[in-house]
Ligand binder design. Structure first.
Ligand SMILES: Nc1ncnc2c1ncn2[C@@H]1O[C@H](COP(=O)(O)OP(=O)(O)OP(=O)(O)O)[C@@H](O)[C@H]1O
Length: 266
């Protein structure tokens, strides 16, 4: 279990229903992601983890319910006046919220024809008014943050899968987000690279004070990095629990949640 806990929700999901046309994936999702949480979205295959993540990053509008983002600074009280409903917000408000978020997609999705530095500069060039030299300097800083100093001029194909994930995180950090969304960050990595990536996530949370929302079903990761979570169930199409994964494993009233956290079964 990670160390920092705080009572400040930065994202509030309220009675969300997620659907593709008539096909309901999940409904009745209500939970808070708190400041500096490493919040895990967990559950078995096909239960709707990625779909829920997409509703936070502007890629999938919920069929019902609200995704609220805190607009006040750190220390703001839990008062809905200080929250903005992502899917009801104006286009410019939504753009601002999206710029506060960094995303690592499941595939890593770096541009193969660009060097690592160029990949990181791309979002900076689009959203920030900085000189090429400043952007290059900042790209090097982001690479240093993820342990890739000196790899600025490498192409994605020239580095390992674990390094590509790190580079993807460096790119997600390009606009200095306060929330990072990671979709299955350790997918396709060997256990050692996956564990190093977990260390990096903890280190970035502690050093930068970011909040993380991470989709994963890897038990080792869930317990190493997660201090808060939501468990989605494919059969009942709703959440069965929210809270610290370690506590849920021991004390959840729901047997399916305890079983998943003990063995990875669903
Ligand atoms: N674009 C889409 N159109 C229709 N159905 C979809 C679409 N994307 C996902 N689904 C369906 O929605 C359900 C949830 O999918 P989702 O990818 O969110 O689950 P998941 O928990 O992330 O799965 P996994 O762990 O296997 O990656 C699945 O039944 C999937 O087939």
């Amino acid at each position: 279990m990670s160390q920092i806990t705080s009572s400040e929700p930065v994202i509030r999901a309220k009675d969300l229903t997620l659907a593709y046309g008539d096909f309901i994936v999940q409904s009745g999702l209500t939970f808070d992601v708190k400041e500096q949480d490493i919040f895990i979205i967990m559950g078995g295959s096909g239960c709707g983890k990625s779909t829920l993540l997409k509703s936070f990053i502007g890629l999938k509008e919920p069929a019902e319910g609200q995704v609220l983002f805190r607009t006040g600074g750190s220390g703001a009280s839990v008062n809905e006046q200080r929250y903005i409903d992502f899917w009801q917000a104006s286009e410019s408000q939504r753009q601002q919220l999206m710029q506060r978020s960094g995303v690592l997609y499941q595939s890593g999705a770096l541009w193969s024809s660009m060097t690592l530095a160029e990949n990181i500069i791309l979002p900076m060039d689009e959203y920030l008014d900085l000189s090429p030299m400043d952007m290059k300097y900042l790209a090097s800083l982001k690479l240093a943050l993820v342990g890739l100093s000196g790899f600025e001029d490498y192409y994605p194909s020239e580095i390992s899968g674990g390094m590509r994930k790190r580079a993807g995180i460096a790119r997600a950090l390009a606009l200095e987000p306060d929330i990072l969304f990671l979709d299955e960050p350790s997918a396709g990595l060997d256990p050692i690279s996956a564990s190093l990536l977990d260390d990096l996530i903890l280190q970035l949370r502690d050093n930068l004070g970011c909040t993380f929302v991470v989709v994963t079903h890897e038990l080792a990761s869930i317990f190493t990095i997660g201090n808060n979570s939501v468990f989605l169930d494919a059969k009942s199409k709703t959440m069965l629990a929210t809270g610290d994964p370690g506590d849920l494993m021991k004390h959840s009233e729901n047997e399916a949640v305890r079983r998943f956290l003990a063995r990875g079964d669903t």
